[in-house]
Design a protein around this ligand. Structure first.
Ligand code: ZN
Length: 188
């Protein structure tokens, strides 16, 4: 059985008519999370924050990195979340032991070429592989930098607090790096 087959098989026994009451599109608790795609965070970060289905918008990418801080995909999602979906606060959450820390771009390049990616495609589309990947040496520094970039983005309202936190993917502990209430025009 392929992975696709096994997922569809599980899904057929998961679905029961009427078992899941419809939820509104807008998050119940008016906040968005921007975090890493790390598999250890799946079904772990949310319960560690007391978040349930329907509570929050969750944006993920490799390393919770902001490559295009002015109008990239993350900013696009945050603008949609804030102006269209009722989001009032943003949590940038990095984590310890992140796979995007200290990546070797030369090794990645040779691995891509070994898998059949043409070297000219890399040269044409991502000539600066390290910059494009956004690899970092310290997850804490990355969180602080991402918070600062979102805070400075002219499309993000000044009254939206942007918090920065670090999560432990092993024991579920959260540490606050940036208290967004202090850096925003937020009024409690
Ligand atoms: Zn990560």
């Amino acid at each position: 059985m392929t992975l696709l087959d096994s997922i569809i098989t599980v899904n057929r026994s998961f679905v029961h008519p009427g078992a899941f009451p419809p939820l509104p599109k807008n998050p119940k608790r008016q906040f968005a999370i921007f975090t890493c795609m790390d598999t250890r965070l799946v079904d772990f970060l949310e319960p560690a924050m007391g978040i349930k289905r329907g509570d929050a918008k969750v944006i993920k990418n490799a390393g919770n990195i902001l490559i295009d801080p002015l109008h990239g995909g993350v900013i696009r999602s945050l603008v949609a979340a804030i102006f269209m979906l009722g989001v009032e606060e943003v949590f940038v959450i990095g984590h310890e032991d992140c796979g995007m820390a200290n990546i070797d771009p030369e090794k990645l390049k040779s691995d891509m070429i070994a898998r059949g990616i043409h070297p000219s495609a890399i040269e044409t589309h991502v000539p600066d592989l390290a910059q494009w990947l956004g690899t970092f040496s310290c997850p804490e520094d990355n969180v602080i930098e991402v918070v600062e970039k979102i805070r400075a983005n002219p499309l993000i309202p000044a009254d939206v607090p942007i918090h920065g936190l670090i999560f432990c993917p092993n024991d579920g502990h959260l540490e606050v790096m940036v208290d967004g209430y202090k850096a925003s025009k937020y009024q409690a």
